[in-house]
Design a binder for this molecule. Sequence first.
Ligand code: SF4
Length: 347
Amino acid sequence: MTKGFVPSRVFFEPKALDYPLGKMLVEGFQTMGVPTTPTPSHNRVTGIPGANPAQAYREAKRTLVIGVRRSEKFQSCKPSAHYQLPLVTSCPGMCEYCYLATTLGKKPYIRIYVNLDEILAIAAKLIQERSPELTYFEGAATSDPLPTEQYTGALKQTIEFFGHEEHGRFRFVTKFTEVDSLLSARHEGHTRFRFSLNCATVVQRFEHLTPAPEDRIVAAGKVLKAGYPLGFIIAPVFRFPGWQEEYRRLLERTAEELEKLAPGGWSPEQLTLEFISHRYTLKAKARILEVFPASSLPMAEEERKFKYGQFGYGKYIYPPETLAELREFFQDQVKLYFPAAKVEYFI
Ligand code: SF4
């Protein structure tokens, strides 16, 4: 079990102190003895140490920035949701394949916002505009939002906000396991709580500073028991020696835990599954090798198929015969262990 996240340093925008949460956070970290420093902008933070890319990355992952979100716009989040809900950026985990390492720049520090009421008021307006259609918001498009929850309570507040919104729906995904504070939230079934899962070999090799699969499965069981719609994202799926037995055991153990806590099974609305096979761009590969020079991620172009993507960023995916093999395997496992779940996609 990983310990809760404690940053090595905190930066805060002075304006954040005008909000009760900002004041509480800064004073709380000062009491804990964490160095706290004002910063003029949460977008441009200087003072994170690191003499080379690997160090800069590591130190950024230990840095928390407390800011005020000023933009009234939310980014779109097609196809999985209508909008990204901006709660947190980045996370303290160090997964070698994480796409945020490429998109968040050299120093992917963790950022939280203290003006949550204002952010949720924008969400309420967007829901109203599309009503009576449902509007979906994704809370983990640029982060894992769980590790900072112990400090901010932002997810709980957001889940309860959506509990009151007849036409609003919330979803997020996490690899972390500190779910207890969210179990009593009045969610009304409007939040889908998803866990990113992988087999032990993949977690040990590539998902540094994240909880073991067994801990995630136990946390997911608690979430199901609390009545949330639940989801699992098995990603990235890798083909490596022994992959079938490892993934089979992972799914078997997950099904066993859920069955224990929700005997009699679940409906397709309650449980969804998503599968994403491993893929990479050359830009991501270059960045990964800067931060993790000894990475053993399988990234040999000659073993992959090139697939043209948007904006000229082509991806290297598994060749069609491997993809077919993976897809067939997971379809069989779903039939065996999760016959009543809804498979959203396999890509
Ligand atoms: S836990 Fe998620 S957001 Fe954090 S490093 Fe891993 S993949 Fe990225």
